[in-house]
Write a protein that binds this ligand. Structure first.
Ligand code: PEP
Ligand code: MG
Length: 369
């Protein structure tokens, strides 16, 4: 079990006293959640749900859901996924009990879920009792030229609302269950990815709220929950004042925000980025650091515009930058409430957040003197 001890633990305790930003973690397995908590994470800022769908046989049901051409077929497939998701979330809520957990609804590029090989088509066709050839044609129809700019994030949730409804149900049921068992109140934070207009968020929030009402009626109890969004497209940052009207929180997804601001593919930047750094075209890899890249300005704009509509909106960052000390300094300056990073970066983030707070304080005092 990960734990900090001795002088290091003491140093961390001092850092915690100095810092004002909370440090959460990006984790989507019980193991990572446990590790991060041992390193002092104060909650989960991003629980991605994509990998959960590749576990065991689940992918067959996922493929069935995506390839089904009618809502009834999709709902049948989702019924088999619901107990798995409930279990996934219950384990994570249990480990993080007493601390906030942000669960992001499904956000894959669609093609990652499509069958590719003969055997994969045959497996799904057998469950759906259709001809594999039919499924192959359907998969071809769904294949995209630019998957990272296509059927991703909330677009998937809008095209297949049953998926997000199933996930919302699993989150509410798991939170109620763990709350009842542990005696701790679990306040889930449901996060919608890749929003570019407030209307997308409004469309999905309405459905999530409806699922909440159904579950609370069934269970004859209620819980508090938040619905928020990632700010990871330039348009979301620009229209953050509108989006804040429907969001309890924003989490800046600076991986996609960097990709879409620079127009550089996050999966292909490695081909030329080292050269760019060597030649001094860029001083740092923008996928690592948001300070002085322009992406930071969008974060600042999103935070300011969001707060102009809703002063109390909770603001965090969950892109890779949330674990980079220079970016953490930047986030402190913008006034974010928390950073979220991978479990092993949590101690670094605690230190960087403390340094940022101390430097800001010293600058203020220096200015006064
Ligand atoms: C992001 O885009 O910054 C983000 C955290 O989401 P993902 O990396 O899963 O796209
Ligand atoms: Mg993203």
């Amino acid at each position: 079990k990960a734990e900090l001890s001795g002088d290091f633990a003491q140093l961390m305790a001092w850092a915690d006293r100095a810092r004002t930003m909370a440090v959460r973690t990006n984790a989507d397995t019980p193991h990572d959640t446990e590790t991060a908590r041992g390193f002092g994470a104060e909650g989960i800022g991003l629980c991605r749900t994509e990998h959960m769908f590749f576990d065991g046989d689940r992918i067959i049901a996922v493929r069935q859901m995506i390839l089904a051409e009618d809502e009834a077929g999709r709902r049948r497939a989702l019924e088999t996924l619901l107990p798995h998701q409930r279990q996934d979330f219950a384990e994570i809520f249990h480990i993080m009990r007493g601390l906030p957990v942000t669960i992001r609804l499904l956000d894959p590029p669609l093609h990652e879920f499509l069958p590719r090989e003969e055997k994969e088509f045959a497996e799904v066709a057998a469950v759906m009792q259709v001809n594999p050839e039919h499924l192959r044609r359907r998969a071809l129809e769904l294949t995209e030229a630019n998957p990272m700019l296509g059927h991703r994030g909330c677009r998937l949730g809008i095209a297949y609302p049953e998926i997000y409804e199933m996930q919302a149900r699993a989150i509410f049921e798991a939170a109620l269950h763990v709350g009842e068992q542990s005696g701790e109140t679990i306040i889930p934070e449901i996060m919608i990815p890749l929003v570019s207009t407030v209307a997308e968020l409004a469309f999905l929030k309405e459905r999530i709220d409806a699922v909440a009402e159904i579950v609370f009626e069934e269970k004859e109890t209620r819980l508090t929950y938040l619905v928020g969004t990632m700010i990871e497209l330039p348009r979301a940052a620009i229209t953050a004042n509108e989006i804040a009207g429907k969001a309890d929180f924003f989490s800046f997804g600076t991986n996609d925000l960097t990709q879409t601001t620079f127009g550089i593919s996050r999966d292909d930047a490695g081909g030329f980025m080292p050269l760019y750094i060597d030649y001094g075209i860029l001083s740092r890899d923008p996928f690592v650091s948001i300070d002085q890249t322009g992406v930071g300005e969008l974060v600042r704009m999103g935070a300011e515009r969001g707060r102009s509509t809703k002063a109390e909106i909770k603001l965090g960052i969950c892109g890779e930058h949330g674990g980079d000390p220079a970016s953490i300094h930047f986030c402190h300056g913008v006034g974010l409430d928390y950073v979220s990073c991978s479990p092993y970066r949590v101690p670094i983030a605690r230190l960087a957040a403390a340094q940022a707070a101390l430097e800001a304080k010293a600058a203020l005092e220096g200015g006064k003197a």
